[in-house]
Design a protein around this ligand. Structure first.
Ligand code: PHB
Length: 390
């Protein structure tokens, strides 16, 4: 019987340095964007978030991506979600960014329009508009949103540009445009949701126009090396499933290539990463599908990030085998939440803490957020990390 050799992640491409945008990653273990509702009631980042992100940056050369952050107050969308708009919000995020940089790591802010995935009652309570590409409700239990006007679409594009500039001014290494998982930009990509008959709907070209315009305008404002984009071709979360995913993303990737600008990275969600399945800890659909058509097309123009239920060993194996032709980095969500020293633990073959799902989305508390311990080994090797906090 063949004996399969056990893979040792620290000896694989997972720990091979890689240039991404303007930064030099020391390894390919990335902290995925994670919505955690720990902002205050004005949608301002809190001190516990400074600690949370700073702790996870504790191995130098790590890329940290923020939770999805509103580009306008309308896009804050629900209680305790973040924004990057007001001076107070910018100042609070700049402290998070400083904490990450103080550990020699790097920070990209994920930015979004939230659209119909917002809480309609919360948005309206604030005197703002509950909106989407079209007036199509998320489900029978949801309210129908208003279709955005041409003027509102133009304002939203400008909000992405202005937010990207604020992130760079606050010291961020870049921004990741969220065009996935049934949030606003994805609400334009999906033919089920987008029923517009103007230049923003109908054909693949028209449905892609908002995402591509945002990318182009943001590149013009802050430079392509600071800009990344996220797509989830297979996810059905929040009504985002796309029958024409092959043609749609082939078109989008070709258009991005045509911009002749090297984005920092493209972030792609594997079939196993559908938040709809992850939230229920259940089996995802579309497990027979593959992101390879996008990687083939993109052809290593810049790194590709993949995410979706990876473990250290499966991540290492993916880089060594399935993705060996390409510069791929792996984003970890739940494992990074539960392990502030995830990179150190993987590198040293240490056991991982388990995550505790019921505490993921608590508000106004450190519980389930900053109470996952560092390993004893890390604490012994790096007393300075804690001395700095004392
Ligand atoms: C969520 O809040 O559940 C969420 C946010 C952003 C994602 C996926 C899920 O990309």
């Amino acid at each position: 019987m063949a004996v399969s050799k056990k893979i040792v992640p620290s000896e694989t491409r997972l720990f091979k340095p890689l240039k991404l945008g303007n930064v030099e990653l020391q390894h390919r273990v990335v902290m995925a964007p994670l919505t955690r509702y720990r902002n205050d009631s004005d949608h301002v980042a809190t001190p516990m978030m400074i600690k949370h992100y700073g702790d996870r940056a504790s191995t130098p050369g790590t890329l940290i991506i923020s939770e999805a952050t509103g580009v306008s107050h309308t896009d804050e969308g629900d209680r305790h979600l973040p924004g990057f708009v007001s001076d107070k919000q910018v100042e609070a995020w700049s402290k998070v960014i400083d904490a990450v940089h103080a550990r020699g790591s790097f920070f990209f802010q994920q930015i979004w329009g939230i659209g119909r995935a917002a809480s309609s009652s919360y948005v309206k309570e604030r005197g703002l508009k509950y909106r989407s590409s079209s007036s199509v409700p998320m489900s029978a239990e949801h309210e129908a949103p208003d279709a955005m006007t041409e003027e509102e679409i133009q304002e939203e594009i400008q909000a992405f540009v202005d937010t990207a500039k604020r992130v760079v001014a606050a010291g961020g290494d870049g921004i990741e445009i969220h065009s996935a998982h049934g949030y606003l930009l994805d609400q334009f990509l999906s033919a089920d949701i987008n029923q517009r008959t103007d230049q923003w709907g109908g054909s693949i070209e028209n449905r892609s126009r908002l995402t591509l315009t945002v990318v182009k305008r943001v590149i013009d404002a802050i430079g392509a090396e600071r800009v990344a984009i996220r797509f989830s071709p297979f996810a059905s979360f929040q009504g985002s499933e796309k029958e024409d995913y092959l043609e749609l993303y082939t078109y989008i990737i070709n258009e991005l290539k045509g911009m002749n600008a090297n984005l920092a990275y493209i972030s792609l969600v594997e079939p196993a990463g559908d938040p709809g399945a992850l939230l229920m800890d259940s089996e995802a659909a579309n497990m027979d599908k593959s992101l390879d058509f996008i990687l083939e097309l993109w052809d290593n123009r810049s790194p590709v990030m993949v995410a979706g239920a990876y473990k250290p060993e499966t991540a290492a194996l993916a880089l060594e085998q399935h993705y060996q032709k390409w510069d791929v980095v792996i984003a970890f969500g739940r494992l990074f939440l539960a392990n502030p020293d995830l990179v150190y633990r993987i590198k040293n073959g240490l056991e991982l803490n388990n995550y505790v799902r019921p505490t993921f989305y608590l508000t106004d508390t450190d519980k389930g957020y900053n109470d996952y311990p560092f390993s004893d080994e890390f604490n012994k090797a790096h007393p300075e990390v804690f001395a700095a906090e004392a």
